[in-house]
Design a binder for this molecule. Structure first.
Ligand code: ADP
Ligand code: MG
Length: 694
């Protein structure tokens, strides 16, 4: 037997069962079986009593006797039922699927142990499909019995716990021949690992909880380590193979702007990040960098300065945003900053007129256009550059992987890529998910920014909230009212929004109200935005279309209606629409009176902190890592044992370990590291389906 041996040749399986197991569990060889880990363990030293079954939810063990067996027919369904007694009471054992054989061999009136889960129905306890042992075996077995993931489909065919336990017990006997080390001695010593063979043995049949913990730790460590190693090797490979245009110069465009047009002093974080980018672009290797910075941390300025460096090296740049509004705002912002320079900047979106578009195409191709701001429209094949040297993508999570790949092809030598995101990602996620991107973080807000004050208010406080808004408006401020948008029911959303609008208009009769929602035409949206941005309207009623990037510094109050229906990161994004000016800003989270526990946690988190990274940690705890990355990319973090929420320490340790190893031995040629290399080549190489993220 070896790892590749098909399971049909494993003792106790055979071709028929092998087929079922393969179909249901995707397990086809011995290696898969060894990696079919128990969900939990049943403590066999513990015997429950029938009279004390309330609140028992795990698999348990009882000791007693079967006194009576009968078949019960209800309609077409037949079931087998047996009375089970211990010295404290009785309950039913039930089989919905059973063979004649089972019926006949049930041990009546003998001392037995039963194992299984308890069902409660009409205050009656029962145990469906229990496992039965006539006599407790001598105490040579471990007292922790593995419980494997199971399904009805399997148990129906006799592939229950007992089956898997026996099969795995047999396979575990072969572990000395099957399992080899994949870490060198020095690592095993310094991390105090169980040997790999003991790890597998103890994950299936733990000697005790302490051994289980050690085995579990090693499996998590391995998973994280080899994942990190894969990314790190790829990154090394990328750095030595993907050529890029070196930007050696910082010249007049940058310096003139920096000295004469920069409207404020850069924050320390902006300067640091700029330096990181600059060092990257200096080399003849393509940059792939993620720029993380909370809403309002000043990513746009970093982007602009980076594009000026591209110009100093005679290259064009483009910056892409996920929506027209956002692209327009970037364009306006950049245009304004470059007002007193002669730099040619243009905007390209889906609604750019044909004539304007023609000019853009022409100027891009002859090199007259230096900076192109746009939406996905930039990706179209018709859009050709003379020499695109830098592509910046704002709000990264809205662009698909394939779309980003298109950017690469816009130049013979791929442009440097800077991905900007305002959705802070928990550190453990960033470390694993983005480990093939270099990450820069702006972790400092521009000075003088007042932290937004966030409050939770309920329906009964509405009059008070409106009063507060009026006071703010009288001080010259502006107010947003945001309504949730559930995509399943656009009509309902629209109705909510309209009711909300009416309500606001009724309560703010002396003020101008404007409205923004996703179904409006781009030109209508622009009008609404401009009406608000120019201060003609004091109030904007909107759906979450304003979530991303909208910038009206004079708006100081954000009222989020039905805020319990928003996710944390969305609430944080929305809140980021205020607090952009010098004035004290407020975010008011309106909710109904009754809140689920999770909603309460979300609301409380929002009122307690403005720190996007902290919020993202809580978000990950609530939703899990997959949901945070979005469905499109959630498969990427499918770890078997590693838990991105709770295993931060392991991820950090493995990352450091990988870095240290590759620093001294990038090709893993040292004797000590051969073992790692061989394991990696056998198990991981070529399996990373997500090879290029940007
Ligand atoms: P985001 O990171 O959310 O894209 P922006 O780039 O839109 O943030 O910047 C938010 C606001 O802060 C803008 O009005 C911008 O002009 C301003 N800003 C950026 N950097 C600084 C700074 N160093 N000092 C003062 N204000 C700044
Ligand atoms: Mg921005």
């Amino acid at each position: 037997m070896n790892l590749e041996t098909s399971i049909e040749y494993v003792k106790g399986i055979g071709p028929e069962k092998a087929k079922v197991i393969k179909n249901v569990l995707g397990i086809s060889n011995v290696e898969d079986l060894l990696n079919f880990f128990p969900l939990r363990y049943l403590d066999k030293s513990k015997v429950h009593k029938v009279s004390q079954l309330y609140d028992v939810t795990t698999d348990i063990q009882l000791k007693g006797r079967i006194t009576n067996v009968q078949e019960i027919q209800t309609g077409k369904i037949k079931r087998l039922s047996a009375k089970f007694n211990d010295d404290t009471g009785s309950m039913d054992l039930v089989w919905f699927q059973y063979s004649k054989w089972l019926k006949e061999q049930l041990p009546i009136n003998q001392e037995i142990f039963i194992f299984g889960k308890i069902n409660v129905f009409n205050n009656q306890y029962s145990m469906p499909h229990p496992e039965i042992e006539v006599e407790e075996k001598k105490d040579t077995e471990n007292r922790l019995r593995p419980i494997y993931p199971s399904s009805e489909k399997l148990t129906k065919r006799g592939l229950g716990q007992r089956f898997f336990q026996t099969v795995l017990r047999n396979i575990c006997k072969e572990i000395p021949n099957l399992i080899q080390e994949n870490f060198p001695d020095y690592m095993r010593k310094s991390f105090q690992f169980l040997s790999r063979q003991h790890t597998y043995l103890n994950i299936h049949f733990p000697k005790d909880m302490e051994h289980f913990d050690k085995a579990n730790y090693r499996l998590k460590f391995e998973e994280s380590f080899f994942f990190q190693l894969g990314y790190a090797l790829k990154k090394l490979h990328h750095k030595s193979h993907t050529i890029g245009n070196p930007f050696p110069v910082v010249g007049d465009y940058f310096n003139d702007f920096y000295e004469n047009h920069l409207p404020f002093e850069l924050t320390g974080a902006q300067k640091r990040v700029l330096k990181e980018i600059r060092l990257d672009m200096k080399r003849p290797i393509q940059m792939n960098r993620l720029l993380q910075g909370d809403v309002g941390s000043g990513k746009t300025m970093v982007a602009l300065l980076t594009m000026l460096i591209a110009m100093d090296n005679s290259f064009q740049s483009c910056i892409m945003a996920p929506t027209e509004i956002l692209a327009q705002q970037h364009y306006n912002g950049i245009k304004e900053l470059l007002e007193n320079t002669n730099i040619n900047v243009k905007l390209l979106t889906g609604s750019t007129k044909v004539s304007a578009r023609r000019i853009i195409h022409e100027e891009l191709e002859n090199g007259q256009l230096s900076i192109l701001v746009g939406t996905h429209a930039v990706l179209e094949d018709k859009v050709k550059f003379k020499n695109l040297g830098l592509a910046i993508i704002d709000e990264q999570h809205r662009f698909g992987v394939a779309q980003r790949a298109k950017l690469w092809a816009k130049n013979k030598i791929p442009p440097h890529i800077l991905v900007m995101t305002a959705t802070p990602i928990p550190r453990t996620l960033a470390m694993s998910f983005y480990s093939d991107l270099d990450v820069s973080v702006i972790d400092e807000m521009p000075v003088g920014r007042k932290p937004i004050i966030t409050a939770h208010r309920r329906e009964k406080d509405r009059a008070y909230v409106y009063n507060f808004c009026r006071e703010e408006i009288q001080k010259g401020r502006q107010v947003y009212f945001v309504y949730p948008l559930i995509e399943e029911s656009e009509t309902l959303d629209y109705k909510n929004l309209m009711t909300g609008l009416e309500n606001v208009m009724d309560n703010f009769t002396h003020y101008n109200v404007t409205m923004l929602h996703g179904k409006m035409k781009p030109s209508e949206k622009d009008d609404a935005m401009n009406y608000f941005a120019s201060g003609k309207a004091e109030i904007m009623v909107a759906t979450t279309v304003i979530e991303v990037g909208v910038n009206v510094p004079n708006a100081s109050v954000m009222v989020i209606e039905s805020s319990e229906r928003f996710g944390l990161s969305q609430l944080h994004q929305l809140r980021g629409r205020v607090g952009r000016g010098a004035e004290q800003s407020y975010c008011i989270l309106m909710t109904s009176d009754k809140l689920s526990k999770e909603s309460r946690t979300r609301i409380r988190t929002m009122t307690e902190t403005n720190d996007g990274f902290k919020i993202s940690e809580v978000d990950m705890q609530l939703r899990g890592p997959g949901d945070i990355l979005g469905t499109q990319q959630s498969g990427i973090v499918d770890f078997k044992r590693l838990d991105l929420v709770n295993d931060g320490a392991i991820i950090k340790t493995t990352k450091k370990t990988v870095e240290k190893i590759l620093e001294n031995d990038p090709l893993l040629t040292k004797t000590d590291h051969q073992i790692i290399k061989n394991y990696y080549l056998r198990n991981y190489k070529g399996k990373n389906k997500w090879s290029k993220i940007s």
